[in-house]
Design a protein around this ligand. Structure first.
Ligand code: AMP
Length: 561
């Protein structure tokens, strides 16, 4: 297929405001694209030459393109820059330069889709010394042979900015219209969606639709080594409500780390993020651990990856892990400094079997069968199965104590649903903005905690009276070190002691997360925080938040009065 057909289509798309009509234009193009070009045509309509999951980028800068256009058209770079300024678009600038070139050279090459596609891919492969020059040569060569309008879109694709307003949903609709017109429309678009979730490559899915139709799409297989779109969670209102609806559920800690999709085939292991980025290179330690602990020959399993404090073995905040994700050099050294821990929570594909329609409870059992835990490094997500509110709330507190985000409630007979938020997984976490509050009273602990203050009364400020108003008791969210530190800080501030309870001078401000604010006669503010959990000390602040802020946050929950 000639590239001019694509250029013409881009032009029509650019001029067409209606989304529906744009999808029609795309469908027309897809139907007439010959088999060998279809995948390329589909990708190029998305403005790229790589499938959605690929990490390859063209990464070409404006400056290089200006040079290439100048070289190809014989114009001075300043002229090209002028045109760029006037049009605000290097594609249009290239087009204008070609149009006003006095003597149009005869095309040396016929520009086909195949040709441009492979030249664009070559650009991404050029690295190392002299690569800038080679890229310049290649872009200039494409422009020399291009008609003005073709140059517009070649340049825009080179710069990864096509500007024709094509969205993924239009491409999906166009695939349905081009190849599945005789099928039920809803079934056809579900099948396309399903295949895209598993394959994540619009080009390949279009080719399957063309060659094998609806049944081919439905039979789309997971390709171990290519990432899938992951299942997402719904937000839950309250644990109580979820237990009432589903009775018994599995509950897991909602870890504050990075979702990792692990693909294993024989001796090969690949790691992908939730956004389908390949981060295998950044985690050689995880690759090694997976090889040691995962017993299946072939699988796609998922979990949450945490960074761990080397000395204490405690989880570190997500920011620490993200240093590892960003790291490009001396990766092994950093892996030594910031060790990781994987918490597996789902199995999607194991040894030839796609498990998405297997109930979650069963999938967990399969996961337990194939993963051999390695203490502190590879484990299964901590889980309880219960219908009891007290047990569930205790588990929630344990997650907050361990500095994790909250809990995930999982419906035992739910399927794995790609790429969407569904209520098979329901997350409960402190979603409100945190409050900065003063500690006004505390209570000594019991047993092994007898030497620590373990429970803290929190207060906000009443600016009218200047006094403090209590709004809850906090006894979660601190590590052992933090309890120790807090006790040391509060002890000199104790002004009265009665049994286990002490009153302290209000000096220590803490940032507190919580599930919700309730009205309550128990506390002088008239409000109580539900599940307050310690986040941080706030030595930088000189006063607690005012009662007004508590009132406003209460009202923002949508149930004031
Ligand atoms: P959110 O990003 O708040 O919508 O929550 C969903 C994310 O929680 C998932 O993408 C995972 O990265 C993370 N997560 C942590 N622990 C779990 C778990 N036990 N099960 C499922 N997802 C989890």
């Amino acid at each position: 297929m000639d590239y001019s057909v694509l250029a013409e289509t881009y032009e029509r798309l650019e001029a067409e405001p209606s989304k529906l009509k744009k999808a029609d234009i795309l469908a027309e193009l897809f139907s007439k694209a010959p088999g060998q070009d279809l995948e390329k045509v589909v990708l190029m309509m998305r403005g790229t030459v790589f499938p959605g999951y690929s990490q390859m980028e063209l990464g070409i800068a404006d400056k290089l393109v200006i040079k290439a256009v100048a070289r190809a058209t014989g114009f001075k770079e300043d002229r090209v820059v002028d045109m760029f300024k006037r049009t605000g678009d290097l594609g249009l600038a290239a087009e204008a330069c070609l149009k006003s070139k006095k003597q149009m050279s005869f095309s040396k090459r016929r520009l086909t889709v195949d040709f441009i596609f492979s030249d664009l891919r070559k650009l991404a492969d050029m690295t190392g010394g002299g690569s800038q020059d080679r890229k310049l040569d290649l872009i200039a060569e494409m422009i020399v042979s291009a008609k003005p309008v073709e140059a517009r879109y070649i340049i825009r694709t080179v710069l990864s900015n096509l500007r024709v307003g094509v969205m993924d949903a239009m491409i999906k609709n166009a695939i349905v219209a081009a190849f599945l017109a005789s099928d039920d429309k809803k079934e056809a678009s579900d099948a396309v969606e399903y295949a895209l979730n598993i394959i994540a490559d619009f080009g390949e899915v279009a080719a399957i639709a063309k060659e094998r139709g609806l049944s081919g799409l439905r039979k789309a297989r997971i390709d171990v080594g290519k990432p899938i779109q992951v299942m997402l969670a719904e937000k839950g209102e309250s644990i109580d409500e979820i237990l009432k609806k589903y009775k018994k559920v599995a509950i897991e800690w909602k870890f504050d780390g990075m979702r990792a999709q692990v693909h294993k085939r024989d001796g090969e292991v690949l790691i992908f993020t939730r956004r389908l980025e390949d981060v295998t290179r950044q985690f050689p330690d995880l690759v090694k651990l997976v090889k040691e602990s995962v017993k299946s020959r072939e699988c796609v399993i998922e979990g949450e990856l945490l960074a761990i404090n080397k000395k204490t073995g405690e989880p570190m905040p997500f920011q620490t892990l993200s240093q590892r994700v960003k790291r490009k050099h001396h990766i092994e050294k950093m892996a030594g400094e910031i060790p990781i821990q994987m918490n597996f929570f789902d199995a999607i594909y194991v040894d030839g079997e796609l498990l998405i329609n297997t109930p979650f409870g069963e999938r967990r059992k399969i996961l337990e069968r194939i993963v051999r835990p390695i203490h502190g490094k590879i484990q299964l997500a901590r889980q309880i199965t219960t219908d009891d509110l007290k047990d569930a709330e205790k588990f929630y507190r344990s997650a907050l104590d361990a500095k994790q985000e909250g809990i995930m409630l999982k419906v035992l007979d739910s399927s794995y649903v790609f790429g969407r938020h569904v209520d098979g997984w329901i997350k409960i976490k402190p979603v409100m903005e945190t409050l900065d509050l003063l500690i006004v009273r505390a209570t000594w602990g019991e047993g092994s905690r007898a030497n620590w203050l373990t429970s803290f009364a929190l207060a906000c400020r009443d600016p009218e009276s200047g006094g403090l108003l209590e709004c809850g008791m906090m006894s979660t969210g601190l590590t052992e070190d933090e309890y120790r530190e807090m006790t040391k800080t509060l002890k000199p501030l104790i002004v009265a002691e009665k049994g286990k309870d002490v009153t302290v001078r209000p000096k220590v401000i803490v940032e507190v997360a919580y599930q919700e604010i309730q009205k309550s006669p128990t506390y002088s503010s008239g409000f109580a925080l539900r599940f307050p959990a310690f986040k941080n000390l706030r030595p930088d602040k000189d006063d607690a938040d005012p009662i007004d802020r508590v009132r406003k946050l209460y009202a923002s929950q949508g149930r004031a009065g």
